[in-house]
Design a protein around this ligand. Structure first.
Ligand code: KG4
Ligand code: ZN
Length: 355
């Protein structure tokens, strides 16, 4: 079975092709992607209108490119999958309408894919992981821990009550006058800094529920920066290092709590933890997480960076997994700006739209 996947939920336009065999093994045939970072850079963040227009301009070319790379034509494709949420509505509509149109012209199934589900299932493509496993999703828009128990069976164990982790990195970078996106900049500066110069909070540390919070940490960095004005390069490096350490230790503490809950629910000796989202590229974070997972005799899986960040391959793979269990999601509204993976998750006080 060959599936074409389309991703247009934020600022990356992407198309990918995967093949799934009867035995569940996946193979990446091709992936084609264009980031819009340069277009959004002057505004210091993603501008929805610019994003939607850029998707319209480029998506058909990327589909053609993916087909060419895989040396196949649309006739060889068995189904078309597109991200239908959550994300920016204008962009989502571009992918969904392209996907539905292709499916209807070709007379093949269309699959509406939840973007978070695609992140969550990627490790089954890269590492053939069996259910259940724990998933930490840390991107610019989301910070969640989910228990992944089957295709379509997701239990949200934790979410952020304010900023997403990538958003906190981006805001800290912005307040220190560094570039966009901020995460890689903060990591670069942190490498030259002293992480113990400033004592910053580890938000939510020790709480029974494994939820996250980052806005207080960002405010603490802002206050330190304010007291030090004018900042020299060493101050910036030390602030980046201290922030990165505090954020990594806070996430590690929350993951530890979620792992306890996961192991209680699934008494297995060797839990598997997968990470996804752009912040998974941060080495200080993955080192802190590795320590926690090793203490629990578990395995930490970090897919290659190009599959941790947004891409079309993960959408195609989620489509393949859904085709295999026969749940196409095609009765849902055309696109959803909000689409929680676990509809039954208990509301978290103050969590708002990021839940
Ligand atoms: O998953 P992603 O590419 O896009 C979405 O948000 O959907 O994640 C982007 C986020 C940005 O906030 C970016 O600053 C952050 O991931 N990021 C990093 C690093 N690389 C990207 N944060 C910390 N350290 C990094 N090395
Ligand atoms: Zn994403």
């Amino acid at each position: 079975m060959i599936i074409l996947g389309l991703e247009t939920s934020c600022d990356e336009t992407a198309a990918g092709l995967v093949r799934r065999s009867e035995n569940g093994a996946g193979e990446i045939l091709s992936g084609s992607l264009r980031s819009q970072i340069a277009e959004h850079m002057p505004f210091g963040g993603v501008v929805p209108e610019i994003a939607a227009r850029a998707h319209v301009t480029i998506l058909d070319g990327l589909i053609q490119d993916a087909l060419q790379q895989a040396s196949i034509t649309l006739d060889n494709v068995d189904a078309i999958a597109a991200t239908a949420g959550p994300g920016l509505l204008g962009g989502l509509l571009v992918g969904v309408i392209t996907g539905k149109t292709l499916a209807s012209v070709l007379g093949k199934p269309y699959l509406a894919i939840n973007h978070l589900e695609a992140h969550a299932l990627t490790v089954r493509l890269t590492d053939r992981i069996e259910f259940p496993y724990l998933m930490l999703l840390v991107s610019g828009g989301h910070t969640q821990i989910l228990s992944i128990e089957g295709v379509g069976v997701y239990k949200r164990l934790a979410t952020t009550i304010d900023d997403a982790l990538g958003e906190a990195f981006d805001k800290v970078a912005k307040l220190l006058g560094l570039g966009f996106p901020g995460g890689p900049e903060v990591e670069k500066w942190a490498a030259r800094g002293n992480a113990s110069r400033f004592s910053l909070p580890r938000p939510m540390k020790g709480r029974a529920e494994p939820h996250f919070s980052f806005s207080g940490l960002k405010t603490a960095v802002r206050q330190q920066a304010h007291e030090l004005q004018p900042l020299n390069d060493q101050d910036i490096a030390d602030l980046c290092a201290s922030f990165q350490l505090a954020a990594s230790e806070a996430v590690a503490d929350r993951l530890k709590r979620a792992l306890d809950l996961f192991c209680e629910a699934h008494p297995r000796t060797e839990p598997v933890v997968a990470i996804a989202g752009g912040v998974a590229a941060n080495r200080a974070l993955s080192a802190a997480l590795q320590k926690i997972v090793t203490e629990k005799n578990g395995t930490l899986i970090v897919p290659p960076p190009q599959l941790c960040t947004d891409n079309g391959i993960m959408i195609a793979w989620a489509g393949a997994e859904r085709m295999a269990v026969g749940v196409l999601n095609d009765e849902m509204p055309i696109a959803r700006a909000r689409w929680p993976l676990d509809a039954n998750a208990e509301p978290v006080p103050f969590a708002g739209v990021k839940a």
